[in-house]
Design a protein around this ligand. Structure first.
Ligand SMILES: NC(=[NH2+])NCCC[C@H](N)C(=O)O
Ligand SMILES: [Mn+2]
Ligand SMILES: [Mn+2]
Length: 317
């Protein structure tokens, strides 16, 4: 690996730049076993050392333990599955991410399923209320308690963060601080009918794979940034679901969808966001080391690590 020592300026982080790895072995937002092992594999693959080699001061004091947040009695609320477990874990994650951000550190959250972003983005917005969100995903993850078919909360975090849809008491702690014009998507290709309506109704900007093909990833990222962060002055939270990548690139994930981002397109997004100097928080989500064969798992874990490195300043030259 050829890691570059970066001394690039961040608008928001004090020097020396510190990244706090928040390992979240959590799978309550969806049904498949194994996604809770994602963060463990990413760390075992050497991610903390790799980020240190990039010149970051790396804080990591073990994965978070969610066992004490009990699930014995967690019947569905409406269609929502594991609502109490998901809510309580995300609330704890919001606290941890918010605390790191307040210390001037960049929280890097390793999932676990994407419901965790309800926590990570809540934490980011607590410190940076004007932060914008770049959501890289095959899916829109904006279903509400009403529109969801699956009941899986990993398909819903953005509706809670935006305050869209019926109120669910269990999630009352989630402050609807995210504004529709501060959210942009890249990579979409599997959007539910109810989600399409929500995107239209709220004027939420999305660059699907169609736009990636049409304009190329360079222009798409520029247009996405122009939309949420026109002056490049606002803090950016980058939430990266590895299923945004094509299944040939990141096979070990719970809801793969063909026709995704290439290896380079995914990494380009991370590099370009880093270059703005505006990145304040990063999520790498939905790596599931129990799915597919061993080679696929190793490939997906390696891609998760390299996306994180790209977002934190690794360059090709
Ligand atoms: N984070 C994810 N992988 N989300 C997949 C969501 C799939 C589907 N739209 C649902 O709501 O169930
Ligand atoms: Mn997804
Ligand atoms: Mn997702």
């Amino acid at each position: 690996m050829t890691a570059q020592l970066q001394s690039s300026v961040s608008r928001f982080l004090p020097d020396p730049k510190t990244v706090a790895i928040v390992g979240c072995p959590f799978r309550g937002g969806q049904a498949k076993l194994g996604v809770d092992k994602g963060p463990i594999r990413l760390v075992e693959a050497g991610l903390p050392q790799q980020l240190a080699e990039l010149g970051w001061d790396v804080k990591f004091d073990g994965h978070h333990q969610f066992e004490d947040i009990g699930t014995e009695n967690d019947p569905p609320i409406g269609k929502l599955k594991n609502p109490r477990f998901v809510s309580r874990v995300c609330k704890a994650v919001a606290q941890v991410v918010g605390d790191h951000a307040k210390k001037g550190q960049l929280p890097l959250t390793l999932g676990g399923d994407h419901s965790l972003a309800m926590g990570t983005i809540s934490g980011t917005l607590e410190k940076y209320p004007d932060a914008c969100v770049i959501w890289v995903d095959a899916h829109a993850d904006i279903n509400t308690a009403e529109t969801t078919d699956s009941g899986n909360i990993h398909g819903m975090p953005l509706s809670f963060l935006l305050g869209i849809g019926p109120k669910v008491d269990e999630f009352a702690w989630v402050q609807p601080l995210l504004k529709p014009h501060r959210l942009v998507y890249i990579g979409l290709r599997d959007v539910d009918a109810g989600e399409r309506r929500i995107l239209k109704e709220h004027g939420i900007k999305a660059f699907s794979m169609h736009e990636v093909d049409k304009y190329g990833i360079g222009r798409v990222v520029e247009m996405a940034l122009d939309h949420v962060n026109p002056g490049r002055t606002l803090p950016v939270h980058l939430s990266f679901d590895v299923d945004a990548l094509d299944p040939t690139v990141a096979p070990s994930t719970g809801t793969p969808v063909r026709g995704g981002l290439t290896f380079r397109e995914g990494h380009y997004i991370c590099e370009a966001v880093y270059e703005t100097g505006c990145l304040v928080a990063l999520d790498i989500m939905e790596v599931n080391p129990s799915l597919a064969d061993q080679a696929s798992v190793e490939q997906t874990v390696a891609v998760g690590c390299s996306l994180a490195r790209s977002a934190l300043g690794e360059t090709l030259l």
